[in-house]
Ligand binder design. Sequence first.
Ligand SMILES: [Zn+2]
Length: 244
Amino acid sequence: MTCPLITRRHWLFGACCAGLGIASSVAAETIGLDAIDTEPFPSNANEALVRLKNGNQRFRDDKPRHNHEKASWRSHLVETQNPFATIVGCSDSRVPPELIFDEGFGELFTIRLAGNIIAEDVIGSLEYAVSHLHTRLIVVLGHEGCGAVSATLEQMLDKAKEPEHIESLIKSIQPGLKTLDLKLSWDVLLHTAVEANVRWSMRQLRAHPELRALPEVKRALLEKRVILVGAVYELNTGRVRFLD
Ligand SMILES: [Zn+2]
């Protein structure tokens, strides 16, 4: 009698190898059954989003599985990678995407700059992710208590002046905060500004001429094969709140 678990694991093994574009005979030698995923590789953008949400729920529940960290799994990533999502996040040490989504090596393509800003090199990295790696989902991930957003607000309130290189971050963030009511209490203002900054980064991505000029990226976004979503990570709860 065939064990259902083994059958499922073999199916996943095949699906995984197909997704990676490598011969299963080669992978069989290098991966080993213990390294096989416990859920199917996302076949579309919505499945990728569900997978991130499930991973964040495990993280919040303090039940991360820390899958795909062992040497047996890493060995087959030497030649290739097949991340299912791209995260445009902040450099903040408290918001590491792989941990908060409970994902392993080779699963997330991450682009991190303070304030999750959209700089030219971010666009280049994103083009690579969509055109070459074919990631199905792009998440702009801000977080509560963001220092870069906070510094921008302080400057707008004439409370602080930052050194030149931090100024360049502030210049990137400030246009997205210009409609905020600066008379709000600080906590409410920062909370509102973090979300506004995520939406600002998303607007810049959608409007960026280089990204729009890429036929494959444009087509993939229009056909929703690739979707762009915004989210805010809550430091105190560990929850990733996806925006509407
Ligand atoms: Zn931040």
